[in-house]
Design a protein around this ligand. Structure first.
Ligand code: NAD
Length: 256
């Protein structure tokens, strides 16, 4: 149980981040939400849970705002015990057509923000002798796909960062691991389903099936709830010696 602990989840107004935040809240953790879009709808999901929820609108592409997010969490709740680096964006294009500003944004939000948040949160975790850092990477941190150069590079980098932090904290009560989902049906992936439906002239269900069939042998989306259960495990005492791992939940994608 995570009663009395505080979890900061970046990019938690939708999709996987919101699912992870809810899973940790159901274990008793207070949560600091972050991200854009419908913040009130996200907050409403926590009603009825006996925990405290707050929100900070830091833009994860801005290092000063990332540091402020961590400091605000510590000030509001007394500690940042669990840090989940989840905020992420995608852009799909062949590298010769890939806009450089999209490359910069993806590297900043999907990779560098985790460096800045870990850098800010680690001293507090080390001082109290306990902490959990979970970086939401992807199968694209382990293997590549066409037209996703920036995303693949950032997610491979995030797994590298995870290993480096795990080694630097190996003898402490702080662990750092990555989780690597395959397809999860969130707004980020729905846009890719929509693009497939348009390109192939098929409906949403058939476009989803084709997307899955290409990569994910289970032919089923991984769910935020399943990822939440994995995050709960990584925060449990049983996972105290799980360090520097890139833990897949990908329906067999990377087994091929
Ligand atoms: P999503 O679009 O539903 O959610 C992304 C979240 O990040 C939102 O809360 C959004 O507001 C926030 N965000 C975006 N830019 C931000 C910024 N500059 N500052 C702060 N917050 C920002 O997407 P998702 O699918 O839930 O993705 C969450 C994470 O999971 C990402 O890191 C993504 O790469 C990873 N992932 C997703 C899948 C998938 O299939 N959906 C698979 C593997 C990994």
């Amino acid at each position: 149980m995570l009663n009395g602990k505080t979890a900061l989840i970046t990019g938690s107004t939708s999709g996987i981040g919101l699912g992870l935040a809810l899973s940790l809240a159901r274990q008793g953790a207070n949560v600091m939400l972050n991200g854009f879009g419908d913040v009130e709808a996200a907050r409403a999901q926590f009603e009825g849970l006996e925990i405290e929820v707050d929100y900070h609108g830091a833009d994860m592409s801005r290092p000063d705002e990332v540091a402020d997010l961590v400091q605000a969490t510590e000030a509001r709740f007394g500690a940042c015990d669990i840090l989940v680096n989840n905020a992420g964006i995608q852009h799909v294009a062949p590298i010769q057509d890939f806009p450089p500003e999209r490359w910069d944004a993806i590297l900043a939000i999907n990779l560098s923000s985790a460096f800045h948040s870990i850098r800010a949160a680690l001293p507090g975790m080390l001082a109290q002798g306990w902490g959990r850092i979970i970086n939401v990477a992807s199968v694209h941190g382990q293997v590549a796909s066409v037209n996703k150069s920036a995303y693949v590079a950032a997610k491979h980098g995030l797994i590298g960062l995870t290993k480096a932090v795990a080694l630097e904290t190996a003898t402490t009560g702080v662990t750092c691991n990555a989780i690597c989902p395959g397809w999860v049906l969130t707004p980020l992936v729905q846009r890719q389903v929509d693009a497939r439906a348009l390109a192939d002239g098929v409906d949403n269900a058939e476009a989803s099936r084709r997307l899955l069939a290409e990569k994910q042998p289970s032919l089923a989306f991984t769910t935020p709830e399943e990822l939440g259960a994995l995050a709960q495990f990584l925060c449990s005492p049983a996972a105290g010696n799980v360090r520097g791992q890139a833990w897949g939940m990908d329906g067999g994608w990377t087994a091929q």
